[in-house]
Design a binder for this molecule. Structure first.
Ligand code: KIV
Length: 271
């Protein structure tokens, strides 16, 4: 008899059951092996290799510049670390819009080269063909509605979306369409809490909110924001669980001091 305790992997079916049972889903972003190992060991349900890597890892102002090759590099590092969480990878800007064949080719690269478990795409009816084609290849798809950062130049700002009736109605229709197409979950970003409630109650598949209030079936935050590694970004929805910026900075200052004063390394730290 095996003495190893098998870790039960989170699948899209597990997430569906969590919604049915009223258990909230915890999702965070990850872009590298070391961080993904910690987050997975802590028990996070979904790790999103988000194109927010473009901001927090590469220092770009928007998510638009990150490439498919770069996403695959980040995703492969995360997949190598994970024992339990479902790993979802963002299709980057330009790798799926307007051409379902390109969307499928991008997805196949992510699945084959990174070993991802699912992909995420931003948008509703306008990307239905791409979603259908990816799903027809047997790859689970997560949708993303509301504030969709790849369209930032269309929106002009990062403010709350769907406050007006017409946009809220379109969002609800898009959410229903994504469910009909076969998406296993939908991220709702920066929309009013009451709209999140309406969408979450209307759908059988889970909604995962970011700045979308407590009615969502789960929550996601950018890990670097949640841990306080990023500093200047302080939207109302963000709860910081640590101030790692200050902790890392003061530890680094101490290290510099120790090196310069020849306190480090001491006798016990040398051979
Ligand atoms: O790229 C990302 O990190 C995301 C989350 C904000 C949902 O899409």
């Amino acid at each position: 008899m095996s003495v190893h305790k098998e870790v039960k992997r989170v699948t899209t079916h597990v997430l569906q059951a969590m919604k049915a049972q009223g258990e909230k889903i915890a999702m965070l972003t990850a872009y590298d092996y070391s961080m993904a190992r910690i987050l997975d060991a802590a028990g996070v349900d979904i790790l999103l290799v988000g194109d927010s890597a473009s901001n927090v890892m590469a220092g770009h102002e928007t998510t638009l510049p990150i490439t498919l090759d770069q996403m695959i590099y980040h995703a492969a590092s995360v997949v190598r670390a994970v024992k339990r969480a479902l790993v979802v990878v963002d299709l980057p800007f330009g790798s799926y819009q307007g051409n379902s064949k390109i969307a499928l080719e991008s997805t196949i690269r992510i699945m084959k080269e990174a070993g991802a478990h699912a992909v995420k795409l931003e948008g509703g009816a306008e990307i239905a063909d791409s979603i259908k084609r990816i799903l027809s290849a047997g790859v689970p798809v997560m949708g993303h509605l509301g504030l969709t950062p790849q369209s930032i130049y269309k929106f002009g700002t990062y403010t709350v979306r769907a406050k007006e009736e017409a946009e809220a109605e379109k969002l609800l229709c898009d959410a229903q369409l994504l469910q009909e197409l076969g998406c296993f979950a939908i991220v709702l970003e920066k929309i009013p809490a009451q709209l999140t409630r309406k969408v979450s109650e209307a759908l059988a598949i889970p909604t995962i909110g970011i700045g979308a209030g407590h009615y969502a079936d789960g929550q996601v935050l950018v890990t670097h924001d949640m841990l306080g590694i990023t500093k200047d970004f302080q939207p109302r929805f963000l709860r910081r669980y640590l101030d790692l910026y200050e902790l890392i900075k003061s530890a680094t200052m101490q290290y510099i001091k120790d090196v310069k004063s020849v306190d480090f390394p001491n006798e016990k730290e040398e051979y």
